[in-house]
Write a protein that binds this ligand. Structure first.
Ligand code: DGP
Length: 117
């Protein structure tokens, strides 16, 4: 079996992290290298390596990640449309993935440029 990812260790409480949200499917905690005033990672408890490798049975988990994003955005005061937030999922080298455990980035707290870098 391959070694646990850093996110799996957080989920298993082997590494401390302040959880902003937890439900049956996922946890959310702040990114250690924030790219915006609000930068939260939403991570499924099930190890799905990356979004393009999810399978049909992951449908409920994938939906739970987006629902959790709304909950976290509300909790952090950025859900209203006059503020707002962006969700990002990086897949593979060109996508900028560095941790091989699916996670949704929730970025907010400043105006985010488009197109992204
Ligand atoms: P990505 O490049 O999409 O795979 O994003 C991985 C993110 O994970 C990156 O923004 C930094 C963050 N990260 C890496 N290690 C840790 C950690 O130990 N704790 C937390 N909170 N975030 C981490």
């Amino acid at each position: 079996m391959s070694e646990k990812t850093i996110f799996q260790k957080i989920i298993d409480r082997e590494i401390p992290a302040e959880l902003l949200h937890e439900d049956a499917f996922c946890v959310a905690f702040r990114d250690i290298q924030p790219q915006a005033p609000v930068h939260v990672l939403i991570v499924p408890k099930k190890l799905i390596r990356r979004v393009g490798e999810a399978v049909a049975e992951d449908r409920e988990t994938l939906g739970a990640l987006l629902l959790a994003a709304g909950v976290v955005a509300e909790k952090l005061g950025v859900r209203s449309t006059d503020k707002g937030f962006r969700l990002v999922i990086n897949h593979g080298r060109d996508g900028g993935e560095s941790v091989p455990h699916l996670h949704v980035h929730l970025l907010a707290g400043r105006e985010l440029g488009w197109p992204p870098g």
